[in-house]
Design a binder for this molecule. Structure first.
Ligand SMILES: *Cc1c(COP(=O)(O)O)cnc(C)c1O
Length: 391
């Protein structure tokens, strides 16, 4: 007789997975040989730049890299991060205490609530958002209070609408600008308001800055840590994944408030054993070369953004051009749910998009398209949508 393994209460309290039917359709269509254009995933299609790969190959041959890495990451990697921060954002960081290497930023984001909140305590989580924030809070036994991100507010949370009692009880606030999925950005003055709120209510701020370097028309998103006293209240999470087309490598980092970093480091010491040092050495090379590697990547996304927007506008869709991130966040143009519309686009056009509701209730009414396919395929997607009868 085999064991009866039940889904734990913890797993059962995660938001339901809404995309099962969509996944099924995708699989069926693929199996029957239909050509799908996938604008759904936020995973760069371009390869990692060659110098980073070269560095990994060299570093992988060094026997000292075959042993357990240090928990907080190579000091040389943390120093490279400090240099990068200084040159990008004019922010000084102490590599010893204010920087921690992560196995991709998702890992750190998911673990952070376990390191910062007690069961029953409140975390403020934007809606729509990258689903990991909410999942992490649920795993930590915390209570999620949603901050609606509405178009009329430029997809920024309105702090003054948070109930006083909730604000007083909250321990942690998640933010993410440039934003996934909406493509919205936050100004320095908005971030100043966040720091003030955090100080007033004793709330730790977690700023997910995964898209800090994916920006257009010369725009550079501000770092939370550029704000005066931000280090007193918050940390910022970075990923090499999006900046350098390294999603498969699993390397990221968090910087900022040393007590928060200390808590997360202590937690992680009990969970994982760090990042393969050869990958960290490759990461040093990535940060060192930076713009030499990323300028052309940004140009490609910018050209694609303009191409997709032009095509959609010709179809009569209302589209705002994002200043940053590689996503278009589009209103569903006909009266149906975001899930139904995504189904239709897939079945009738072979075009895959992500339904907004997958990012939270406030994402309903929208779909997300990623700029992670080439222009030729984008134009093909537009042609297919044009040819479909439902618009
Ligand atoms: C992709 C993404 C991440 C995760 O990046 P990794 O470093 O690959 O784990 C984190 N936050 C947001 C908003 C993302 O879109």
């Amino acid at each position: 007789m085999s064991l009866r393994i039940e889904r734990t209460k913890r797993l059962a309290s995660l938001p339901p997975y809404l995309f099962a039917e969509l996944e099924r359709t995708k699989k069926e269509m693929r199996a029957s040989g239909q050509d799908l254009i996938d604008l759904g995933v936020g995973d760069p299609d371009l390869p990692t730049p060659a110098p980073i790969i070269e560095k990994l190959c060299q570093a992988a041959k060094k026997p000292q890299n075959h042993r357990y890495p240090s928990y907080q990451g190579l000091l040389s990697f943390r120093q490279a991060i400090a240099n990068w921060y200084l040159s990008k954002f004019r922010v000084e960081l102490d590599p010893e205490a204010e920087i921690l290497t992560l196995i991709g930023s998702k890992e750190g984001l998911a673990h952070l609530p376990l390191a910062l909140i007690n069961p029953g305590e409140i975390a403020l989580v934007p809606d729509p958002a990258y689903p990991v924030y909410k999942a992490g809070v649920i795993f930590a036994g915390g209570r999620v209070v949603s901050l609606p991100l509405l178009e009329e507010n430029h997809f920024l949370p309105r702090l003054e609408e948070i109930e006083k009692k909730t604000a007083q009880e909250a321990k942690l606030l998640f933010l993410n600008y440039p934003n996934n999925p909406t493509g919205a950005v936050a100004s320095e003055s908005f971030l100043s308001g966040i720091v003030e709120f955090a100080q007033e209510h004793n709330v730790a701020v977690c700023h997910d800055f995964a898209y800090s370097q994916i920006a257009y028309d010369g725009y550079q998103a501000p770092s939370l840590l550029q704000i005066k006293e931000a280090k007193e209240v918050g940390v910022e999470f970075h990923s090499l994944s999006k900046t350098f087309n390294m999603t498969g490598w699993r390397i990221g980092f968090v910087v900022g408030n040393r007590k928060i970093i200390q808590n997360l480091r202590e937690l992680k010491t009990n969970v994982d054993s760090g990042v393969f040092q050869a990958i960290q050495e490759a990461g040093i090379e990535a940060l060192r070369m930076d713009e030499e590697l990323t300028t052309s990547i940004k140009e490609i996304y910018q050209t694609r953004r303009n191409c997709l927007i032009r095509g959609l506008r010709e179809l009569g869709w209302r589209v705002d051009a994002p200043k940053a991130s590689f996503y278009l966040w589009l209103r569903v143009p006909i009266p149906c749910s975001s899930l139904d519309f995504a189904q239709k686009l897939m079945r009738d056009c072979g075009v895959v998009v992500t339904p907004g509701v997958g990012f939270g209730r406030c994402g309903e009414g929208y779909i997300r398209m990623s700029l992670t396919v080439d222009e030729k395929r984008m134009k093909e997607a537009i042609e297919r949508i044009k040819a479909a009868s439902f618009l």
